[in-house]
Write a protein that binds this ligand. Structure first.
Ligand SMILES: Nc1ncnc2c1ncn2[C@@H]1O[C@H](COP(=O)(O)OP(=O)(O)OP(=O)(O)O)[C@@H](O)[C@H]1O
Ligand SMILES: Cc1ncc(CO)c(N)n1
Length: 267
């Protein structure tokens, strides 16, 4: 038997809600073979990030080489990359191995406010990774940072931002509207020609730790299996919506989403 292969290049979340752990759970639930390259360890729980320990470039390169030289992958998702040097290394390896279906989630700041990307690394992200991305999945603060402008506050501003982000080089842009404070949770998919809206009723819960990672990992899993971007994004939206609907009241802060929910819904 063969399975589509998926690789996450991201930070580890000891609390299991975001980062590598969210990605691997998503890859598994969507019936792909998940692999990981860990860029940084975070000591993290539902209350926040208590420590960030970036891995050495040597350790990251060795993981990339081990996976790509032997197993290969049908899609990759990048999350927390932390520094400009790590971004350069990752971009070069993805080019060297001609990796297809690159989903770049430009992770910058955790929900509690901890920095997961150094300020000076934003430039490297824009110049080295976005041009080789199949799809980028910024939230509104990340989109604002990538474009060097104030945060979008309306659907109209989001539409213009999606068009402008596309000019930075990715084939597709998925701009996530989870951070708009009221109304439904609307994300936009821009394919260079049309803007598609993905809209769901906002779910009233505080337990949304890891939503962004999970959503991007689901897009990567679907692309790995051969789905087109629109189909991949729609399945990812259904996956994250189910996971948020059944989110978990674990720990005393912002709890994680529930990866088993999609399985229950589809059975
Ligand atoms: N309360 C909610 N109800 C329904 N969907 C939501 C809710 N919050 C977020 N989403 C959806 O979850 C996905 C992730 O969006 P969000 O903007 O929260 O990501 P993020 O900020 O990158 O998350 P992270 O905390 O992992 O960094 C999007 O599809 C968004 O629309
Ligand atoms: C390791 C890691 N990656 C990404 C996020 C963003 O949610 C997080 N909180 N932790």
């Amino acid at each position: 038997m063969t399975l589509a292969k998926t690789l996450t290049i991201a930070g580890s979340d000891s609390g299991g809600g975001a980062g590598i752990q969210a990605d691997i759970k998503t890859f598994q639930e969507l019936h792909t073979f998940g692999m990981s390259v860990i860029t940084a360890l975070t000591a993290q729980n539902t209350l926040g990030v208590h420590g960030v320990f970036p891995q050495s470039l040597e350790a990251i390169e060795a993981q990339l080489e081990a996976v790509l030289s032997d197993i290969g992958t049908d899609a990759v998702k990048t999350g927390m990359l932390f520094s400009a040097d790590i971004i350069t290394l990752v971009a070069n390896k993805l080019k060297e191995y001609d990796v297809k279906n690159i989903v770049v989630d430009p992770v910058m700041i955790a929900k509690g406010g901890a920095s997961l990307l150094q300020e000076e690394a934003v430039k490297a992200l824009t110049s080295e990774l976005l041009p080789i991305a199949t799809v980028i999945t910024p939230n509104l603060p990340e989109a604002a940072k990538l474009l060097g402008r104030a945060e979008m506050r309306s659907l109209e501003e989001m539409k213009q931002a999606a068009i402008d982000l596309h000019k930075l080089g990715p084939s597709f842009v998925v701009l996530k509207g989870g951070h708009l404070t009221d109304g439904p949770a609307v994300d936009l998919l821009f394919d260079g020609k049309c803007i598609h809206e993905l809209e769901v009723q906002r779910i009233d819960t505080k337990h949304t730790h890891g939503t962004g990672c999970t959503f991007a990992a689901a897009i990567a899993a679907e692309l790995a299996k051969g789905a087109h971007i629109k189909e991949a994004t729609e399945t990812a939206k259904a996956y994250i919506t189910a996971a948020i609907s059944h989110s978990l009241n674990i720990g005393s802060g912002i709890g994680p989403t529930n990866h088993a929910a999609f399985r229950y819904n589809s059975n």
